[in-house]
Design a protein around this ligand. Structure first.
Ligand SMILES: C[S@@+](CC[C@H](N)C(=O)[O-])C[C@H]1O[C@@H](n2cnc3c(N)ncnc32)[C@H](O)[C@@H]1O
Length: 281
């Protein structure tokens, strides 16, 4: 396991992923009943933007720092304000919160979070961060195993964030296999799968695999800071949502259009929100 998210924390992909994630949580919270959030690849939960790793890449400059410097009206937009309110306190201290901390900040008293991280150092940091917090189960465990064993939740309604490092060739197959098992146990859960956009062929393979495994609709929300090319650079970010809330595609479209001038690298930046099967078909 070589991947450490500290090198990438707060980059443009984190901003897009976490902002969309907040919308999914808020949708589930439209009802009073408790929800459960699962974060299968949680990371340590908080990142020092002036630390060694982040300082080497400075990726946050094209992400959360750009949003912080943008027109305040963008951050105050109702589609972005929950996300901004979750990250702003840490940002003021030179830090960026990861997905489990963002999820924790969105929980209501009745909601629960289960977060898993396999890397020994980051797993320990995650457990320490949430020690004594009765709303959170933070476990140093293989997220794929957890997903197969821990769903469905007793709350019955909820969301799974699947955010693997994509450092293994088998990652697409691993995601599809884990989702097939989880959907068998919990057909009605919302599953959000993050993916990097570097290679067109890999993106298409992932899209096809998810459509094949999902019993119903899948929405793909994709943001390209610049076009993909043969160079295979990490230029875009995608979030595939299985069993999406009915408002998700519309909200994602509006949210990505707000972020386009902030995170796009020039006039070739684009975004797309696609529904498969296409709506109405
Ligand atoms: C992209 S990062 C997660 C970032 C985090 N979700 C966020 O948004 O702040 C992927 C994480 O998955 C962890 N990881 C890799 N394989 C794993 C596995 N099988 N189970 C759980 N965590 C794993 C890595 O150590 C890394 O911290």
């Amino acid at each position: 396991m070589n991947y450490r998210h500290a090198f990438h924390a707060g980059n443009f992909a984190d901003v897009v992923k976490h902002a969309l994630f907040c919308r999914l949580v808020r949708y589930l919270q439209r009802k009073d009943g408790a929800i459960r959030i699962y974060d299968t690849h949680a990371g340590p939960g908080l990142y020092d933007l002036s630390g060694d790793e982040a300082s080497r890449t400075l990726e946050h400059q094209g992400g959360i720092a750009a949003l912080a410097a943008a027109d305040p009206a963008i951050r105050a937009d109702p589609l972005l304000s929950d996300y901004w309110n979750c990250v702003a306190p840490d940002l003021a201290e030179g830090r960026y919160p990861g997905s489990p901390l963002i999820a924790r900040r969105l929980l209501r008293p009745q909601d629960r979070l289960s977060a898993y991280e396999l890397h020994p150092v980051d797993g320990d940091a995650l457990k320490t961060r949430f020690a004594g917090d009765t709303a959170v189960k933070a476990i140093a465990l293989d997220g794929w195993l957890a997903l197969g064993a821990h769903v469905p939740p007793k709350e019955r309604r909820g969301l799974v964030l699947i955010d693997p490092p994509f450092e293994k060739v088998s990652e697409v197959d691993d995601i599809a296999a884990a989702l097939a098992r989880a959907l068998h146990r919990w057909r009605g859960g919302i599953y959000a799968v993050w993916y990097p956009m570097k290679r067109q062929a890999m993106v298409e393979r992932l899209r096809d695999a998810l459509v094949e495994v999902a019993p119903g609709e899948v929405v793909f929300a994709e943001f390209l800071a610049e076009p993909m090319s043969a160079e295979e650079r990490f230029v875009g970010t995608g979030l595939a949502v299985i069993n999406p809330p009915f408002v998700f595609a519309e909200e994602a479209e509006a949210l990505l259009s707000r972020l386009l001038p902030v995170l796009g690298r020039g006039t070739t930046a684009t975004f797309a929100v696609k529904q498969r099967p296409a709506s109405g078909s």
